[in-house]
Design a protein around this ligand. Structure first.
Ligand SMILES: [Mg+2]
Length: 224
């Protein structure tokens, strides 16, 4: 029996990745770096979850100019990027994906518990809700597990295992909602069934092991 929905955030609740990419690029420019992540490169970098990990991976594998100067300043770059992302989000450029609002309301009405398991930081979750459904809706989420809460983000199962522990539910009573291969892999490694709503950046991902793959969560596709 389904007792809780556990949502991923970026790509699943909203198509936020273009705004993240913009925030990274604005940050690099403000630090005087000529690093610029185009969509193709960002698509590759998304295989690494968590902003700091992503910058570090880029420095190591892309060997951009001034890489040496910034290898120890990743946390600083990322803090700036988070501020920039918050400013862009507050600018109202993001809408929730189709069906998300109704599904959240349906879950609240039917007593299906709500949780979040995301590699992103808590402030990004708060700001996304503030810019869309309103921050008060987060009070309906019993459990919110973010990248700051675990040692290893997705595809490690740690975020999902922590969510299960806090929900005090076995994995079979939960359903993860994800948009990416690394997210699916994290949920499945924690034993949680998962459905995929395909997002712009993850269309080429391998979704083997997903219970269902759908374009979005509108009621014709999915209902509680
Ligand atoms: Mg995602």
């Amino acid at each position: 029996m389904l007792k809780a929905l556990i949502f991923d955030v970026d790509g699943t609740l909203a198509e936020t990745e273009e705004l993240h990419r913009k925030a990274f690029n604005e940050t690099f420019a403000e630090f005087g770096l000529d690093w610029a992540w185009n969509q193709a490169l960002y698509g590759e970098l998304l295989k690494v979850a968590g902003g700091q990990n992503r910058i570090r991976h880029f420095i190591e594998t892309g060997q951009p100019k001034q890489a040496g100067d910034f290898v120890d300043r990743v946390a600083e770059l990322h803090r700036h990027k988070t501020q920039t992302y918050g400013r862009l989000l507050a600018g109202g450029q993001i809408r929730l994906r189709p069906g998300i609002k109704d599904l959240i309301l349906q879950a609240i009405n039917k007593g299906v518990r709500l949780a979040i398991a995301t590699s992103t930081s808590r402030i990004n979750v708060d700001r996304l809700f503030a810019a869309t459904l309103g921050e008060a809706v987060l009070e309906h989420f019993d459990v919110i597990c973010c990248g700051d809460d675990v040692a290893e983000v997705k595809p490690s199962p740690q975020l999902y295992l922590l969510a299960l522990k806090k929900l005090q539910l076995p994995p079979e009573n939960c359903l993860a909602i994800e948009d990416s291969e690394i997210g699916l892999s994290a949920a499945r490694s924690a034993g949680i069934p998962a459905i995929i709503t395909v997002s712009t950046y993850c269309q080429q991902d391998d979704f083997t092991g997903a219970q269902e793959i759908m374009t979005d969560l509108v009621s014709g596709n999915f209902a509680l």
